[in-house]
Design a protein around this ligand. Structure first.
Ligand code: SF4
Ligand code: SF4
Length: 438
């Protein structure tokens, strides 16, 4: 019987067998790449999602046979290098995920190819350094260094030098560090006992670049009588290492946080972060990489996106809805790793509770995607991907705009020619509507 596209059984991502020898067999990988690329060539649904599929289809269409067998396997890495593992193709488009017998899981196939590259030491030193966020970000947030780093990021000559020497594009928006980290700002944070508890996974980015968003989240939770604990000592979630295919590195990061997070879960805390990718990692990816690990499973079930939690409070009549301030026209960008958590449009729903507030939601990739927008070789593609989002932010003439992903909003902001448009993280918008920004 012919197999239908789509069926009544929901698609299910399968565990990644990355510790087996076969996972690193080059011939097996090439055969699997050829098989899946051929299916994608016949399907082409994902052509507008990222630069992976146009790269693949150009290779096929430019080959002698105009089929996948005409593409030199050596060129497969051109396709792999464009993938930043956002999961959008698998989670929002692909009808051929298991249980379909074609069993296409495009991001996990890209991950396997990256893991082989990493194992064969084919990754660049630059990428290995950027992926060490646990060391790099705190260094740049050191007093004295933070101001220098921020000034250097605006000095054209230095940026050109770093483009030439390190392959960091001279136009790419770099994070602005603060030596007044979340740990320093919220040192004497006291928590009140409550039936509802949230541990905020501060994350390396929240600690050193966006502590004000961490503070806004804590304030909104406490305003709604939720007990808050800040996990400053938690290590990087490992997403940068995942992007590099460094799966042993991902395991190390996972193990560093296991006891801390598990102890919070045992004490009935939910865990959330202000960076969707970090939440996504614990929620969606680590359980597939470590399917036997019961603690990872428990932690993944306790991970929750901030607005998903606010929506839960609202559903249970626990969210305060007396907002002294309105926001006007809000343009909200739903980032890829927010969308692929499959929690629905909770940010839009909660912001829409605020009086005289009209929310426009954008669901398109911003193009930032980890280090993709920073690297010299992919910056132009990132810019191209971001263009429709930038245009829609501009055309919506918002009173305020923002993305759940602080990095995505940096790229969008760098492409906007209207410097006066107010940028806020949606959590900061909510805090302002509550009057907690004073
Ligand atoms: S995971 Fe994201 S970047 Fe990779 S192929 Fe799919 S949509 Fe493109
Ligand atoms: S990933 Fe799936 S939906 Fe996307 S082009 Fe390939 S087969 Fe089609």
């Amino acid at each position: 019987m012919a197999e239908r596209e789509g069926n009544l059984t929901p698609p299910r991502r399968q565990p990644v067998n990355w510790q087996s020898e076969q996972y690193y067999d080059k011939e097996l990988l090439d055969n699997e790449l050829e098989r899946v690329f051929d299916i994608c060539h016949g399907c082409r649904r994902c052509v507008s999602l990222c630069n992976v599929f146009p790269t693949l289809f150009d290779l096929v269409d430019g080959s002698e046979t105009m089929e996948i067998d005409g593409v030199d396997k050596k060129d497969f890495h051109n396709v792999v290098d464009e993938c930043y593992l956002c999961d959008l193709c698998a989670e929002t488009k692909c009808p051929y995920l298991p249980p379909h017998s074609w069993a296409v899981d495009f991001p996990h196939l890209m991950l396997r190819a990256k893991a082989q590259q990493h194992k064969n030491k084919e990754t660049r030193a630059r990428d290995r350094i950027i992926a060490s966020t646990d060391q790099v970000l705190p260094f740049f947030a050191t007093p004295g260094i933070a101001n220098l780093a921020n000034a250097a990021s605006k000095a054209k000559s230095l940026r050109k030098l770093s483009n030439a020497m390190f392959g960091i594009h001279d136009q790419a928006p770099l994070p602005q560090f603060t030596s007044k980290t979340a740990r320093k700002r919220f040192k004497n944070w006291s928590t009140e006992n409550s039936e509802h508890k949230v541990a905020i996974y501060v994350t390396c980015y929240g600690e050193t670049v966006t502590p004000e968003i961490v503070g806004a989240l804590a304030n909104v939770l406490r305003h709604n009588d939720v007990e808050v604990d800040l996990l400053h000592d938690a290590a990087c979630c490992g997403v940068p290492k995942l992007e590099l295919g460094d799966l042993p590195g991902v395991q190390k990061q996972m193990e560093k946080n296991l006891e801390l997070f598990a102890s919070k879960v045992q004490n009935e805390f939910k865990i959330m972060s202000v960076v969707p990718s970090c939440t996504w990692m614990y929620r969606r990816e680590l359980p597939l990489l470590f399917p036997e690990n019961e603690q990872v499973k428990l932690i993944s079930e306790a991970m929750v996106a901030p607005f998903e939690y606010f929506a839960w409070l609202h559903k249970n009549n626990l969210l305060k809805t007396d907002f002294p301030a309105s926001l006007g026209r809000v343009t909200y960008h739903a980032s890829c790793h927010q969308r692929t958590q499959n929690v629905g449009l909770k940010t839009r729903d909660i912001l829409s509770l605020i009086p005289e507030t009209e929310v426009t939601q954008l669901e398109r990739c911003s193009g930032h995607d980890g280090t993709y927008a920073l690297r010299s070789e992919s910056y132009a593609a990132a810019q191209k991907i971001s263009r429709p989002v930038v245009r829609r932010v501009r055309d919506s003439k918002p009173d305020t705009w923002g993305s759940d992903c602080p990095m995505a909003s940096n790229l969008i902001e760098s492409e906007l020619t209207e410097p006066d448009l107010r940028k806020e993280h949606p959590i900061e918008m909510l805090a302002r509507a509550y009057g907690l920004d004073k």
